[in-house]
Ligand binder design. Structure first.
Ligand SMILES: Cc1ncc(C[n+]2csc(CCOP(=O)(O)OP(=O)(O)O)c2C)c(N)n1
Ligand SMILES: [Mg+2]
Length: 671
């Protein structure tokens, strides 16, 4: 049998000091009063959607957070009110949020499942089961790099312990020795499904042994036991010894959510037996027994808390309703204006330009860190990070296990905690594994939290086809991301643009998807200034002036469109080539201005034609410049099929100089 550090059973530590037990008891009362009032407001229709009551589980949030410093981080889940309250959130702003008011924590844009306050270290409740764990790995990474002995605590349910990110995050936290405490609130049900039907193994705590992470299974309804276990786990993490897992056994008293629209699988007897182990009553009895509190003081405390909750409700009711304008303003952080980029420079390759951008930004800003697979000594499989670990060390150039969801989530968490991570996706097709962290987390955080936090994160990597890697290593996915509010999508077409745009992406306060066309990796070099420079986000460029027709081309299609324009010039056809450079936000005016001059437009991209970026440009031009058009907007792209492997087939699928030239001729109606 392999020895491991896991200890199942009650925590052994010094007894909880009485003053601390009183404060935990008071915190539990506040949480319960808040939740009971919320349930009433939900029934009244003042709280909408859904909310998940924490009643029955109060000891966990109250006693864990009693061990935390103000500058520690917590991540929570859908049943998150208790965690926010215990970490110091203001009840009035919480109530205002539940009522969808501008004065709420998220300006009324998030609601119950997204209450957060980064300034209090609260990374928010979360609507996606298990998400707190990768996000908190990023907070813990930030804590570790800052060396201020901060810790992060990820709260999650038993159901979440079956998610891949639970295992990925435990592994990552273990190999990186992150100051991260996992607190599983095992209330024995996930929605309506009892744990026995979903969860293998004798315990969730026992799973930590596989990662050589110490763990404890404790009575989560015993404030003293929770406090002692948390104290031990947090001290362990704070002292640099790495992660710790606590499994706190508990029970929720209410239905899964306040909507109460599910069949209740639990028996009355089972509920009654857990109500008999009420964490508040147990703490109260203990305090009375130790003569720390009496009935009079308890009544006074309860009255005080009731008044605080009523004041919070009044604050919420008096709040204002958010406007659509305010909501729209909350999607993106403003892009900083940039100076005019210099011209000229040495001839370097596309991938060298990307490497130089990262190196110069890492030299300029110590908060820039790199995260990804094989990005260290190997330099990434396309050499984009070559030499950077030698310059900046493994602390800042962080090689990851193959866990896209978790290392992208780690990047999101570190960005929320103030770093500027650049995350490499080894081949962009692998974003599918991380799509929750990109779309539901990175893209939504600023908005869900009322337009306040920034998520300065770059997700970059090789994209598209051209090197015979077949259908799972060759996709052009820009339309997925461009369709997601909150993401910036950039696709450079030259070494000059790659460097300037990546520098802008790293400096930007939004999550940026930075697509590096594999066809451009292979060979293309161009002039790139040695000094750092930025190219504005949302500004396209006219790559070639022309008068007969506009071609909007993206990424690897730009050089092909330019070659087609050159070829057609010999036949007396004058083609204007526009590279939007940023796909979202799109420089609409540059395109419209060109169309008003040429009256014809072709859009060329590597991705499948249907439902793609070209459709967006075509529709935008038809809506905004219809009167100027002399021919239908035409798209050139791949046929609607996955990328084939065979050489000849791949070459037939990706648009070429010839197919772009042919489309231009068709639109101009010249043979
Ligand atoms: C990824 C994901 N899958 C499913 C859901 C729907 N859902 C919300 S809560 C929940 C049960 C979660 O159970 P557990 O983690 O034990 O937390 P509990 O509700 O018991 O506190 C489910 C299935 C979701 N929000 N996210
Ligand atoms: Mg559960």
């Amino acid at each position: 049998m392999t020895a491991h550090k896991t200890a199942l059973g009650p925590a052994t530590a010094k007894p909880l000091p009485i003053a601390q037990l009183i404060s935990i008891y008071r915190q539990m009362l506040r949480i319960r009063a808040f939740e009971e009032r919320t349930a009433a407001l939900f029934a009244e229709g003042l709280v909408k959607g859904t909310a998940h009551s924490y009643v029955g589980q109060e000891a966990i949030a109250a006693a864990v957070c009693a061990n935390l410093r103000d500058d520690d981080y917590i991540g929570s889940y859908h049943r998150g009110h208790g965690h926010c309250i215990a970490k110091g959130a203001d009840l009035g702003r919480m109530m205002a949020e539940l009522m969808g008011r501008s004065e709420g924590y998220c300006g009324g844009l998030g609601g119950s499942m997204h209450i957060a306050d980064i300034t209090l270290g609260i990374f928010g409740a979360n609507g996606i089961v298990g998400a707190a764990m990768p996000l908190c790995s990023g907070a813990a990474l930030a804590a570790m790099l800052r060396e201020k002995q901060q810790v992060a605590v990820a709260f999650f349910g038993d159901g979440a312990s079956n998610q891949g990110v639970f295992h990925e995050s435990l592994n990552l936290a273990a190999v990186w020795s992150l100051p991260l405490v996992f607190v599983c609130e095992n209330n024995q049900y996930a929605l309506t499904t009892p744990i026995a039907r979903t969860t293998a193994g004798a315990s969730i705590a026992g799973r930590a042994a596989g990662y050589d992470v110490p763990s404890l299974q404790i009575d989560g309804n015993d404030a003293q036991a929770v406090w002692a276990a948390a104290k031990r786990a947090i001290a362990h993490a704070r002292s640099g010894k790495g992660p710790f897992l606590i499994e706190a056994m508990t029970y929720r008293w209410g239905q899964h959510s306040m909507r109460a629209n599910l069949v209740e699988p639990r028996t009355d007897d089972e509920l009654a037996s857990w109500k008999a182990r009420d964490p508040i009553a147990r703490a109260e009895q203990l305090l009375i027994k130790r003569r720390a509190l009496d009935a009079q003081r308890i009544d006074a405390m309860r009255a005080e808390i009731a008044a605080e909750v009523e004041a919070a409700v009044a604050f919420g009711k008096a709040g204002t309703r958010p406007t659509l304008e305010a909501a729209l303003q909350s999607v993106y952080a403003p892009h900083a204006p940039v100076a005019e980029p210099p011209e000229g420079g040495r001839q370097i390759s596309f991938v060298e330009a990307i490497n130089e951008a990262m190196r110069q930004e890492m030299e300029r800003d110590p908060d820039v860190i790199l995260i990804g697979e094989d990005i260290g000594a190997a330099g990434g499989i396309f050499q984009a990070t070559r030499g950077l670990v030698e310059l900046f060390g493994q602390e800042r150039v962080r090689e990851t296990p193959i866990t896209e969801a978790t290392f992208v989530g780690c990047g999101v968490g570190a960005a929320l905690a103030g770093f500027r991570p650049v995350v490499e996706i080894q081949i962009f097709d692998f974003v599918t594994l991380a799509i929750d962290m990109i779309v539901n987390q990175a893209a939504k955080f600023r908005f869900m939290m009322g337009g306040k936090p920034t998520v300065p994160l770059v997700i970059r990597g090789p994209h598209g086809g051209g090197i015979r890697m077949a259908a799972q290593h060759s996709q052009s996915l820009e339309a997925w991301f461009a369709h997601t509010p909150g993401l910036v999508v950039i696709g450079p077409s030259s070494p000059f643009d790659a460097k300037g745009l990546l520098i802008s992406a790293i400096r930007d306060n939004n999550p940026v998807i930075f697509l590096e066309s594999k066809l451009l990796y292979a060979g293309s070099s161009g002039p790139v200034p040695e000094q750092a420079y930025a190219i504005p986000i949302g500004k396209g460029i006219i790559k070639r002036l022309g008068t007969d027709i506009t071609v909007v081309a993206t990424m690897a299609m730009v050089p092909r469109a330019l070659a087609a324009a050159e070829q057609l010039a010999q036949a007396g056809i004058s083609v204007e080539v526009i590279d939007p450079r940023t796909l979202n936000p799109l420089d609409e005016e540059l395109i419209l201005e060109s169309v008003r001059k040429t009256h014809r437009i072709v859009v060329a991209h590597e991705a499948c034609t249907s439902f793609g970026f070209g459709a967006e440009v075509a529709s935008m031009v038809s809506e905004k410049a219809f009167d100027w058009l002399d021919a239908p907007v035409t798209r050139v792209g791949a046929p609607f099929m996955p990328m084939p492997y065979a050489d000849e087939l791949e070459r037939q699928v990706i648009p070429t100089q010839q197919s772009i030239a042919a489309a231009i001729r068709r639109v101009l109606d010249v043979a």
